[in-house]
Design a protein around this ligand. Structure first.
Ligand code: DMJ
Length: 409
């Protein structure tokens, strides 16, 4: 099967040439690269994808046993939460193996130090690096992971910290007519930025819907703020500007699945072709934006939305489009040494990796295995769906309580 084959190839490239690094980089080759995490990110972020594909993940276990927040380095709280903590918790949910739980507790115990009402963006020596504002994506993308950590440990500290932060953000969104801007001060009051579902805001809106679902669809206020924000995005006709924005049609489809209004699905169907337009390139690979950036970063958002639209509407064309994208990835981004590279859109050339945080061209980012390939695999794993699990912003999976929410399917 194409998805499993791609996962095997990605894992082989990483384990043969970059095991223990955050990700595989290609030039110079063979080499591993750090995204500034120093946490073997690909090994941990990719664990649950390997598990879903029934593949051997034993190579990753020494890194799971060792993983920790290194207090002598600056830690990006958002990335460590969504990639590392989320990855460990999802692996634990799938296996119930204590090795993942112990590691999640170790990492969670450091990350929880980021909270003082809202969490800060960067931890250093166990303390926040002080800043006057924080993005709502950073501040509001932890409630799923911290709640799950509390569920499996019985220690409510994590959940309470995240719930308190999230409640402050929800209140602020409400006070601002459901049009909260991208950055808030440490009391969750608007600081600067635009009202958008793009980078720096994105997963806050995502976690609003998903935390409502994860909590058994109980908190009416959270659902109302989410619905209100969607109406505002529609009224202002806010359209996707970059690949990052393209998780949004999928989120709207998920909302519709969980009994959201029909216009959420209609909006999703209107936005999806605009996202597919990012793939109208020489190679059929996804552009970051309107081709200002010459490289694909192998991002997941379009694959994610195609999967969700396929699941919700049952229309084969979304699956066909996903297969087409995967074919282009295999044709142009697959490397003979193993793994996949963020290549030039024009001709599939794998550039020299520039190094540093978020420099994904010339490398295989950890989210490629954790998300892009997982969403492609999900087309053929009927036991793992948005009805059985909540998928975090990094596509990590926590089981839902059966029958707690009503849905359209
Ligand atoms: C992923 O790491 C997550 O989905 C995050 O929320 C934003 N986007 C990247 C990959 O594009």
């Amino acid at each position: 099967m194409a998805a499993v084959k791609a996962i095997v190839w990605a894992w082989l490239g990483y384990t043969n040439h970059a095991l223990g690094w955050d990700k595989l980089v290609f030039t110079p080759f063979p080499a591993g690269g750090d995204d500034g995490m120093h946490m073997a990110a690909t090994a941990i972020d990719g664990l649950d994808t390997l598990m879903l594909a029934n593949l051997n993940y034993s190579n990753a276990l020494p890194y799971v046993r060792d993983v920790k927040v290194d207090v002598s380095r600056r830690t990006n709280v958002f990335e460590a939460t969504i990639r590392i903590l989320g990855g460990l918790l999802s692996a634990h949910a799938l296996t119930e193996d204590g090795v993942f739980k112990n590691a999640a507790v170790r990492v969670g115990d450091e990350l929880v130090k980021a909270f003082d009402l809202l969490p800060c963006a960067t931890l250093y020596q166990g303390q926040c690096v002080k800043k006057s504002s924080v993005s709502i994506a950073v501040a509001g993308s932890n409630i799923l992971e911290f709640t799950q950590l509390s569920i499996i440990t019985g220690n409510m500290t994590y959940r309470h910290a995240a719930e308190r932060a999230f409640a402050a953000l929800i209140q602020s969104a409400k006070d601002n007519s459901n049009t909260l801007v991208s950055h808030v001060n440490n009391q969750a009051q608007p600081a600067h930025g635009k009202f958008s579902y793009g980078g720096e805001s994105d997963s806050f809106w995502e976690y609003m819907l998903k935390s409502w679902i994860f909590g058994g669809c109980q908190k009416k206020e959270v659902r109302n703020v989410f619905n209100g924000a969607i109406l505002n995005f529609q009224k202002k006709n806010i359209l996707p500007n970059s690949h990052l924005d393209c998780f949004f049609p999928g989120l709207l489809a998920l909302s519709y699945l969980y009994n959201g209004p029909a216009h959420h699905l209609a909006f999703a169907l209107r936005l999806m072709p605009l996202c597919l337009a990012f793939y109208k390139t020489n190679t059929g690979l996804g552009a970051e934006d309107n081709h200002k950036n010459k490289y694909t970063k192998l991002r997941p958002e379009v694959m994610e939305s195609l999967y969700l639209l396929w699941f919700v509407t049952g229309k084969g064309m979304y699956r066909e489009k996903a297969e087409e994208i995967m074919k282009a990835i295999n044709k142009h981004a697959k490397r003979p040494q193993g793994g996949y590279c963020g290549v030039a859109l024009a001709n599939g050339e794998c550039p020299k990796w520039q190094g540093g945080e978020y420099q994904d061209a010339g490398s295989m980012p950890s989210y490629f295995l954790a998300e892009t390939l997982k969403y492609f695999l999900l087309f053929s794993t009927p036991n793992f769906t948005p009805l059985t699990h909540v998928f975090t912003t990094e596509a990590h999976m926590f089981p839902l309580l059966k029958g707690a929410c009503s849905t359209r399917i």
